[in-house]
Design a protein around this ligand. Sequence first.
Ligand code: ACO
Length: 330
Amino acid sequence: MISSHDARLRSVIVGLGCYLPSRILSNADLEKTLDTTDEWIVQRTGIRQRHIAGEEERTSTLGLKAARAALADAGLNADDIDLVIVATSTPDYTFPAVATQIQAGLGMLGGVAFDLQAVCSGFVFAVATADKFLVSGSHRRALVIGAETFSRILDWNDRATCVLFGDGAGAVILEAREGNGTTADRGVLTTHLRSDGRHRDKLYVDGGPSSTRTTGHLRMEGREVFRHAVSMVTDVVQAAFASTGTTAEDLDWFVPHQANRRIIDASAEKLGIASEKVVTTVDLHGNTSAASVPLALCVARNDGRIKPGDLVMIEAMGGGFTWGAALIRW
Ligand code: ACO
């Protein structure tokens, strides 16, 4: 008899890969063109530098490189994947989806590929979506990518926003594997997603195909976003703890969306998560929107912090507003 726990499918992370464009833009570089200082940027955000995509690089270029790295990490071929989800708010074109371009770039002849748009929460939303496909048994292996070129939608004369963002991509491969239904299982243990469209004007892009017929630029009421961020993030993380009977003490790593060092620190403190468990890359990458969480996972896995069996909480908050968390046993 199988105690009180039932055998069930889990979405286990079997591969991870990332890509950052080679060009680095430092705060000192920005001082040359903007009325800003390294001191202001570091003190308010923790950001010291960000990567900027080259002229020939597009979101699909970045995402494809991260996808190839994740496949190599997993020891898999493109044909082993039957689901591709790309989280992005900066697609190469209005359509087709970045995901189908990456599908073609990988030489995939089967499976299904589509984009998902939840701004900075996109990767968490995409992991949650892929998890639903995999645990239903309809698909076996998902390639989930967060890829962004926010440098292309910034107003480089607006010092309040352009210093905050950067470009990059990260990808994970999730595989459906049998678990026993407990929190000791490897894989995605729970996901919690939320949105509230009333906050549109606090964080948006002022253009699009059906309104201005242009791409537009990112606009943000930074102070207002900041005001909501901590409570939204802690709400979904606490929901993830409650639904799995876990606590901040059980957590090995907290991998938050990398928007602002002060939001990360305040969230961890409110949640009672020890600072040494918090993975922070905002200093090196800036806010890469949907790419920020997989990029941070890469850094912490590659430097030996995240190991198989570790309990990892990812979370994000972004335009919409959207926000979400996922608890994963690595
Ligand atoms: N350099 C120097 N001064 C600046 C800069 C800059 N780069 N940017 C703004 N300032 C000035 C402002 O003009 C203002 O000057 P004033 O007082 O003379 O009017 C002053 O600094 C304070 O501006 P605030 O906007 O109030 O500064 P604040 O302390 O709120 O910090 C920041 C701004 C960093 C944007 C912060 O509000 C923040 O991080 N907000 C959250 C952003 C976020 O988390 N976004 C996540 C989601 S992103 C997504 O989904 C795409």
